[in-house]
Design a binder for this molecule. Structure first.
Ligand code: MRU
Length: 352
């Protein structure tokens, strides 16, 4: 099997997702800047994976913080967090993970910088391991809504590659298949960067899960002609009212699913829920460079100089979402109330 993220004590290994499915090569990250560059290039991607690598990268770089006092340490730590956070704005998991490690250190009763550095590493590794457990629980809760024989449509990549392991929406498909259900996954290719055809298809194949690959524009016709039992997507940020930001094309899928009476679910760990963001319109949506649309690889496919709009994500309004599958169970409408309840159980709310 493949391990997309590995902590190697003095460096982090990241499976380079820009090279998949052709090559399985790892990037050896010995400093925060190498991780930041990998995040910007989408060599590592997917909201939960970004949270994990952000925490690991800060733990690695914090080793060379020179500040001797607690205050100096926290001042320099904040600068490291800011450097990682500015790489990609939509996935809230980075903010969540860095907030969690910083809170943990601030509440520690040690003033010794060397102890703080050690604690930082331990907390980053805890986030890493807990994400895999959360995804496995998402799979257990999610497989309950999957009929014994089911066609499940999905978009982007939400598998092991997008998380610390197992996957979210992909994890539900995987868990249903592992439970003996006859699952057919329908993977939308996910223009423009093809996370569906390059990454999800690769993972489905590696896991021997039956699937069919379609272009994004075929989704409606697939629903009409062949039918689907469920659409399950991941999320990059879920607002307090349930509006869910995910890969561009998710909004269209939700509308199509509604039109065809197909239940539409979001699968995500509670670390993807941002109680400080009230609604979808408040979620910052990353816009990426035009070349991702005008080119495929180095090949130009649109005339030089065309105007391009390239938002990496869109937002599915809560009204289209039948449930949010989390490690704590499936959150059902009314979302405002039930999200608050789900977060209240274990998670500290962020206030910044
Ligand atoms: O731009 P990407 O590839 O990082 O976008 C990823 C997605 O939209 C995923 O669906 C989301 O992060 C959930 S991953 C479990």
């Amino acid at each position: 099997m493949y391990q997309p993220i590995a902590w190697k004590e003095d460096h982090i290994l990241l499976l380079d997702q820009t090279k998949l499915p052709e090559q399985e090569v790892y990037i050896e990250c010995r400093d925060l800047e190498t991780v930041a560059d990998a995040i910007r290039r989408l060599a590592v991607r997917g909201a939960p994976a970004l949270g994990v690598v952000a925490a690991l990268a800060v733990a690695l770089e914090a080793r060379i913080i020179t500040g001797k006092t607690r205050d100096e340490f926290f001042h320099e730590l904040q600068k490291l967090c800011d450097r990682i956070l500015e790489t990609r704005p939509t996935a809230v998991n980075m903010k969540w993970a860095l907030h969690r490690v910083t809170e943990k250190l601030q509440s520690a009763d040690t003033a010794q910088v060397k102890n703080l550095k050690k604690m930082l590493e331990q907390e980053a590794l805890a986030i890493f391991h807990e994400d895999i457990e959360a995804n496995q629980k998402i799979g257990i809760h999610g497989r309950e809504i999957v009929p014994d024989q089911a066609t499940i449509m999905t978009i982007c990549n939400t598998g092991s590659l997008a998380t610390a392991g197992y996957g979210t929406a992909f994890g539900v498909i995987r868990a249903a298949a592992e439970a003996g259900k006859k699952v057919l996954a329908v993977s939308c290719e996910t223009r423009p960067l093809l996370q569906g055809s390059r990454l999800t298809a690769w993972e489905l194949q590696k896991n021997n899960i039956p699937f069919v690959l379609i272009t994004d524009s075929m989704a409606g016709y697939y629903m009409k002609k062949k039918g689907a039992d469920l659409v399950i997507i991941g999320a990059d940020r879920i607002a307090a009212n349930g509006d869910s930001a995910n890969k561009i094309g998710s909004y269209s899928l939700a509308i199509l699913a509604h039109q065809h009476n197909i239940p539409f679910y979001v699968a995500a760990p509670t670390s993807t829920i941002d109680p400080d963001t009230q609604q979808g319109d408040d979620i910052p949506i990353e816009e990426r460079k035009p070349e991702e649309i005008t080119h495929i690889g180095n090949q130009r496919i649109a005339p030089d100089g065309v105007a391009v709009w390239n938002p990496a994500f869109d937002v599915v309004p809560f009204a289209y979402i039948a449930g949010i599958i989390t490690e704590k169970g499936i959150i059902k409408p009314p979302y405002k109330k039930n999200i608050r309840k789900a977060l209240g159980e274990n998670r500290q709310e962020t206030t910044d």
